[in-house]
Ligand binder design. Structure first.
Ligand SMILES: CC(C)(COP(=O)(O)OP(=O)(O)OC[C@H]1O[C@@H](n2cnc3c(N)ncnc32)[C@H](O)[C@@H]1OP(=O)(O)O)[C@@H](O)C(=O)NCCC(=O)NCCS
Length: 181
């Protein structure tokens, strides 16, 4: 299936809560923790959306954390994926995390959605003045490495994750180029 028709929407509680919870449950049931703060989302949606709002508006953020936008991607009415765009880099993100993270729901994988999600998120980065986006991917995450390559990622270096020491590969993507159709 061609994924070029995905619709991007900025996360918004009133528009998205029910579909976002259903989406998150699918990750949880598959035993995946790929969604940032999934435990909080499933246990206390009110707190999750309050925190997401503070990240979106750069308000009362915990020490050392940076502003971040969250985007949802729809194929028709179906929520198929999500991305996070961190609007600047902290020293930790520079090593592990980078500007952009993304995930596709388990039942919608291998249809090209992730490549399209990264392409559109690079477009958002370009619009807010991020000329080069940093992506960090676990060296064992072959699908994600492929997604980064398909979007023009240029390998920079290997680092060790600050979380678990896993080997991470860092790539830079020119956002204007990467976002081109
Ligand atoms: C990584 C992830 C986003 C890929 O999503 P996806 O929509 O299935 O990816 P795509 O369909 O765009 O596929 C991208 C490429 O990876 C390949 N691929 C997908 N799954 C694969 C697998 N299990 N093994 C090897 N290659 C795979 C695809 O064939 C495609 O390459 P191609 O175009 O050369 O055929 C998805 O697996 C996911 O959400 N994983 C958990 C979260 C995660 O790891 N996020 C990335 C953090 S950096």
């Amino acid at each position: 299936m061609n994924a070029s028709g995905l619709r991007i929407e900025r996360l918004n509680r009133s528009a998205h809560e029910a579909r976002f919870l259903e989406f998150a449950r699918e990750f949880h049931e598959a035993g995946e923790e790929a969604l940032d703060k999934i435990d909080l989302l499933l246990s206390d949606p009110e707190d999750y959306f309050d925190l997401a709002d503070r990240f979106e508006h750069d308000r009362d953020l915990p020490e050392g954390l940076v502003p971040m936008s969250r985007f949802l991607f729809f194929d028709g009415d179906t929520l198929v994926g999500q991305s996070n765009l961190r609007r600047r880099l902290s020293p930790l993100l520079h090593r592990d995390g980078g500007h952009i993270g993304y995930a596709v729901r388990p039942t919608a994988r291998r249809r090209g959605h992730a490549s399209e999600i990264l392409r559109q998120t690079l477009g958002e980065a370009s619009q807010i003045g991020i000329a080069r986006a940093l992506l960090t991917v676990a060296a064992t995450n072959l699908p994600s490495l492929r997604v980064v390559e398909q979007n023009g990622g240029v390998f920079d270096a290997e680092t060790a994750s600050h979380r678990d020491g896993a080997i991470m590969q860092r790539y830079w993507i020119e956002t204007a180029t990467g976002a081109a159709p």
